[in-house]
Design a protein around this ligand. Structure first.
Ligand SMILES: [Zn+2]
Length: 237
């Protein structure tokens, strides 16, 4: 079963970035180390302290030499605080809730939701990265509503993130909560911290994958799921 989310968007041409340059650029950033326990028990934060964000934004404006009291900037700290609350709302929920309502079904073929659009926040720069997630699983007697996969992606994305961890978390949550035979998560994203600052490479995409269970151990299953994920894409120009 293939479900296309918003297929009209053209997300073709997976131009790979110049990774050597990216590596140099990110040399000062600590490498991502997967933390299995953090993934198993997502931490739920208390509500966002908006006044605190407002004070911080005023500080930033003053620090860059702006006048936080000029007319155009007066409401900015409030708006930014509200925006952060919205962009990081995943911190206030446990992504597992989206996987708790499942149906018992003797369907043992691949379930794939392709092109789930998402936006997240790079935790190194607090700049957005956004793109598409493709989430596939091989059921073991349980299936979930298709929209739940999109909600899972959203919940994991809307927090300070790195794409590698996000990919891994979605895959691990599916394995833990749904007890599946295999899972494949592919994420393609544009990172504004790379396209508008630093090495400035507009249009470059970062692709990450987490392939587990039968999709990893069985070459045929893996080939099948990859073919399904990429069959609907515009060929690379
Ligand atoms: Zn970044």
């Amino acid at each position: 079963m293939i479900h296309e989310n918003d297929s009209d968007d053209s997300f073709h041409a997976l131009e790979s970035a110049n990774f050597e340059e990216v590596e140099k650029e990110n040399a000062g950033i600590a490498e991502y180390v997967p933390d299995a326990s953090a993934i198993a028990e997502p931490v739920i934060r208390p509500t966002v302290d908006r006044p605190r964000i407002e004070r911080a934004v005023r500080e930033i404006l003053a620090a860059v030499g702006e006048d936080p009291d000029r007319e155009g900037l007066l409401e900015t700290p409030k708006r930014v605080a509200k925006m952060y609350e919205e962009l990081l709302h995943g911190l206030q929920e446990d992504p597992r809730i989206h996987l708790r309502k499942f149906f018992t079904e003797q369907y043992d073929e691949i379930v794939l939701v392709r092109d789930i659009s998402f936006s997240s926040m790079c935790e190194h720069h607090l700049l957005p990265f956004f793109g598409k997630a493709h989430v596939a699983y091989l059921p073991k007697g349980r299936i979930i509503g298709l929209s739940k996969l999109a909600r899972l992606v959203d919940s994991v994305a809307r927090r300070p993130q790195v794409q590698e961890r996000m990919t891994e978390q979605i895959a691990n949550l599916l394995i833990q909560e749904l007890d599946v035979l295999g899972v494949a998560v592919i994420i393609e994203a544009e990172h504004t911290c790379m396209t508008i600052r630093g090495i400035r490479r507009p249009g470059s995409r970062c692709v990450t994958s987490a392939v587990k269970g039968r999709f990893r151990s069985d070459a045929r299953s893996r080939a099948e799921v990859m073919a399904l994920i990429y069959s609907g894409q515009t060929p690379v120009k």
